[in-house]
Write a protein that binds this ligand. Structure first.
Ligand code: SF4
Length: 78
C-alpha cells in the first residue's frame, strides 16, 4: 500500500544535562525541558568540512564579446 509511513524509530529522550551549551556553561535558560537549540555534547559543534576550491587549469583565450572591427562596421553600413 502506498503512502503508508515506515514505523518510526524510537526517539531517545534528551535532557539539558547532555546539551553542549549546558556542559560548557553557555546556556542561560532555565527551562523545564530541552529547547530547540539542543545540541548533543558529543558532537562538539564541529562545523562541516568546507568544500575545496578547485581552480580551472584552462584559461579563456577569447573575449566573450568584442566591438566590431572597422571593416565589420563599414560592412554593416555599406
Ligand atoms: S540550550 Fe536549550 S537544550 Fe541546551 S541546555 Fe540550554 S535550555 Fe537545555
Amino acid at each position: 500500500m502506498q503512502g503508508k509511513r515506515p514505523p518510526a524509530r524510537a526517539v531517545r529522550k534528551v535532557s539539558c544535562e547532555e546539551c553542549y551549551f549546558r556542559v560548557n556553561l553557555l546556556c542561560a535558560l532555565e527551562l523545564s525541558e530541552p529547547c530547540s537549540t539542543f545540541r548533543p555534547n558529543d558532537a562538539q559543534l564541529k562545523p562541516p568540512q568546507q568544500l575545496r576550491f578547485v581552480f580551472r587549469q584552462e584559461r579563456r583565450t577569447r573575449a566573450a564579446w568584442a566591438f566590431p572591427s572597422a571593416q565589420e562596421q563599414a560592412a554593416l553600413h555599406a
